[in-house]
Design a protein around this ligand. Structure first.
Ligand SMILES: O=C(O)CCC(=O)C(=O)O
Ligand SMILES: [Fe+2]
Length: 350
């Protein structure tokens, strides 16, 4: 790690936004700078209680510069330009329930017999439990990648997790304790590349890039995205609406772990990715995400609090509780959902 940089990466240029008129979701924005102002945490608690119902919100003032964010996009771009053989050398052991490393193109069936056209590279937390091989481009920028990872996890996600604990009238470290950076879990940066498809291919795939789903972890952060393709559904009956994530804004997705722990008070956001609009459909779509996922210190048991009880989400029973950790739950899920499929398709490549 920390090897000498052989060449500086070219600055990443985001493609221009679509000019097609789209129906954007009305999603609240949280100014994270408020957290450190006098009375700011109380204001954020009120804002969450009033507006955060549907599992998605935007945040601004996250404390990273545009250059720092764009460097991650530049590294991602350089990674996907590596020869396939080199990318496959750092393949994630998906069949064991871990995304740590490269998840090859076409690892998942979107429809029976029809493989997806996306690939991604996950960089887990910079802790001994997650160490693995990486290509030179990742090793050369490891200091910057670690800085980004720690900032997103320990500063940005912890601010949100502390406010959420206060919303529920629980000790402020209630969620932080199950998501500490030094504990084992599959939290990661993810560089993602959706390959552009022809009009015919898009028709065959019913215009789907990534089927409707909720994320399984604690929180997901989605960075600037000028290729409009990510849609959310606020309720099962609601229409799909687009998210717009311009420079300076990050979309946050509340995920299944928080929904489970709070007996459904916090809603895990349902979302999908579809083929872009006609002025962008020919473009490959590069995405940058940060996933916070539960650790081996998080007991898989639902919570109770005066606030939850007053709101009708108090703990009524222990029937959903398990004597396992959040990490066990997460890995069992990946194994069940992805491992089997993965082994039957691309595993033979290495
Ligand atoms: O590509 C995106 O915008 C969203 C990806 C996504 O939903 C996921 O990786 O879980
Ligand atoms: Fe997702």
């Amino acid at each position: 790690m920390g090897a000498v940089k052989v060449k500086a990466l070219p600055k990443y240029e985001h493609p221009p936004e679509t000019r097609c008129p789209l129906k954007y979701a009305d999603v609240p924005t949280i100014d994270l700078a408020d957290y450190d102002r006098p009375g700011g945490r109380d204001r954020l608690v009120q804002q969450f209680r009033q507006h955060i119902h549907h599992g998605f919100f935007y945040i601004t003032n996250i404390g990273l510069s545009q250059e720092e964010i764009d460097l991650q996009f530049a590294i991602a771009k350089a990674f996907f330009e590596l020869p396939e053989e080199e990318r496959l050398r750092h393949r994630a052991p998906l069949e064991t329930g871990s995304y740590n490393g490269y998840r090859p193109l076409g690892a998942l069936s979107l429809f029976p017999g029809m493989q997806d056209t996306l690939e991604f590279y996950s960089i887990f937390k910079f802790i001994p439990q997650s160490e693995r091989s990486h290509p030179d481009i990742i090793r050369q920028y490891s200091r910057e990648i670690e800085g980004f990872s720690r900032h997103m996890h320990e500063i940005v996600s912890f601010k949100i997790l502390r406010v959420l604990a206060l919303v529920l009238e629980l000790p402020e470290d209630q969620f932080v304790n199950g998501n500490r950076y030094e504990d084992e879990c599959d939290s990661s940066i993810r560089y993602m590349l959706y390959h552009a498809r022809s009009q015919r291919e898009n028709q065959t795939f019913d215009n789907v890039y990534f089927r409707g789903h909720t994320d399984k972890g604690t929180l997901t952060f989605l960075f600037q995205q000028s290729i409009a393709a990510l849609q959310i559904q606020s309720t099962k009956e609601a229409e799909w609406e687009y998210l717009r994530i311009p420079a300076g804004s990050v979309a946050v997705n509340i995920a299944d772990t928080l929904q489970f722990l709070t007996n459904g008070y916090l809603k895990s956001g349902f979302h999908r990715v579809i083929a872009p609009q006609r002025d962008q459909v020919h473009l490959d779509r590069l995405a940058l995400l940060y996933f916070v996922r539960p650790t081996d210190k998080l007991p898989w048991k639902t919570l109770d609090s005066p606030f939850l009880r007053r709101s009708g989400y108090g703990k009524m029973s222990t029937e959903n509780d398990r004597d396992i950790t959040g990490l066990d739950w997460w890995r069992a899920g990946v194994k069940a959902r992805k491992g089997a499929n993965y082994m039957s398709s691309a595993a033979s490549t290495t």
